[in-house]
Design a protein around this ligand. Structure first.
Ligand SMILES: Cc1cc2nc3c(=O)[nH]c(=O)nc-3n(C[C@H](O)[C@H](O)[C@H](O)COP(=O)(O)OP(=O)(O)OC[C@H]3O[C@@H](n4cnc5c(N)ncnc54)[C@H](O)[C@@H]3O)c2cc1C
Length: 407
């Protein structure tokens, strides 16, 4: 019998286990995953950029607080997370009012001429492409390595005697009456119910609290019980591109003092994420209309998607990529909260559900774990380093504040 069973050993499951255990050293905690080790789901397929540049206050606090914890882990605790503050450069095809920017901490308009790096003048009606009018650098932002970040939590959890069961699939949640009558058909609608445990392919395991950090797969677990997890899955792809011109610019010190080219977002939403260790960029885009909400068993990246959707944009705006080649590619899924693109962390009976990370779960991972721990402890608020969040604001019952900056 466990105090808490966490389904999912990705970043949100690991950080949830860590923060529950930090606050309850005696708690017996089990983390279960169907893969052979931790972070083999979307955490391991992420582009792993981080930024605190969000339009909603909630997303800002979740992200900025996680960034500050990750920085502490790397700089003070001396765990290398591969975290580099090379910034996010947003290239926009519209003028940006400087007063609008004041609401964003750690962001500034780039006033210098950057036309030697980017093609600023473009006017292609067919492709809906226009000239770059503003460049904004989000400075509390950059890249991180999810495997190193996950290893930090995993090692800590082993030291704290948290149990792991890998290669174990959760088949269903067991809904039971609190006061059983031993009568066929229980639980009846008038009985007080709870989740008494989980059925896995290795048998039944009982726990006082069940925590679902199972990302895009959560509806497969909750839907059969009529419990909503409020997410839709959508395939997302990453293409690694390499070439001599990329090698020349990747170690650029023009924007930050890190000597690494910024994570750069083009007007269409296409982005490049530098991989300085192998002189490449990862490229991607969050395509919306036309791409189905669908969960693939084995999602694969589509080279034609890169060639016909992403490359033409780079060819116009970013000469350094013209001679590049795709050297590897992969795909995963975003778990979209389609209402406001902001995570939900909420309780239903003795079940705690994390959902709707919407493509930014790495950069919010630590705060999500702290939020799970706060809900586990029945707190009213979660106090994060960059602000206090009312637990109700993490629930699907909140008044939505739709996030505008989703990549
Ligand atoms: C292409 C791509 C690019 C991305 N880029 C970024 C980025 O730049 N920055 C950022 O912050 N985020 C990014 N994300 C999003 C980020 O990767 C996710 O938000 C984050 O990894 C979610 O973490 P998680 O722990 O909730 O889920 P996951 O890492 O997916 O973990 C869920 C785990 O649950 C397990 N599981 C599910 N169901 C069961 C079951 N029934 N039984 C047993 N185990 C089960 C799975 O095996 C899996 O390991 C990106 C995602 C993708 C796909």
């Amino acid at each position: 019998m466990y105090d808490a069973i966490i389904v999912g050993a990705g970043i949100t499951g690991l950080s949830s286990a860590y923060h529950i255990k930090m606050r309850n050293p005696d708690a017996r905690i089990l983390v279960i995953d169907r893969y052979g080790t931790f972070s083999q789901g979307n955490t391991g397929r992420s582009a792993a950029g981080f930024r605190d540049f969000f339009s909603s206050r909630l997303n800002y606090i979740l992200s900025a607080s996680s960034i500050s914890f990750y920085k502490h882990v790397q700089e003070d605790l001396k765990y290398d997370l591969g975290m580099i503050f090379n910034g996010y450069l947003f290239l926009l095809d519209k003028e940006y009012d400087k007063n609008d920017l004041l609401k964003y901490k750690h962001a500034r308009i780039i006033e210098d001429d950057i036309s030697d790096i980017f093609n600023m003048k473009n006017d292609n009606d067919l492709m809906n492409v226009a000239s770059i009018k503003t460049a904004i650098l989000s400075e509390n932002a950059g890249i991180i390595e999810p495997d190193k970040l996950s290893s930090f939590y995993y090692k800590k959890l082993l030291e704290m005697n948290v149990d792991f069961m890998f290669r174990t699939e959760v088949k269903r949640l067991i809904l039971s009456p609190r006061r059983p009558l031993d009568y066929a058909g229980e639980p009846f609608i008038w009985q007080d119910k709870y989740i008494s445990g989980i059925e896995t392919d290795h048998g039944i395991i009982n726990g006082d609290t069940i925590i679902l950090c199972s990302d895009v797969w959560t509806p497969l677990i909750t839907d059969p019980l009529g419990i909503d997890s409020y997410i839709k899955p959508k395939k997302r792809q990453v293409f690694q591109i390499s070439g001599p011109e990329i090698e020349k610019i990747i170690r650029m010190d023009r924007f930050t003092d890190t000597n690494v080219f910024p994570f750069t977002v083009f007007p269409s939403g296409s982005y490049i994420r530098p991989v300085p260790d192998n002189s490449s960029f990862w490229a991607g885009v969050a395509d919306n209309t036309g791409r189905p909400f669908k969960l693939d068993d084995d999602p694969r990246a589509e080279i034609d998607f890169y060639n016909y959707n992403i490359k033409p944009i780079f060819d116009l705006y970013f000469p350094a990529t013209r001679s590049s080649k795709v050297t590897t590619m992969w795909a995963g899924h975003y778990a979209y909260n389609t209402i406001d693109y902001t995570p939900y962390v909420f309780r239903n009976m003795n079940l705690i559900i994390v959902s709707g990370t919407s493509g930014s779960g790495i950069m919010k991972g630590d705060s999500i774990g702290r939020s799970v721990a706060a809900i586990y402890m029945h707190d009213k608020y979660v106090d994060l380093s960059e602000g206090r969040i009312d637990i109700n604001d993490l629930s699907p019952l909140r008044t939505p504040q739709r996030e505008e900056i989703v990549l």
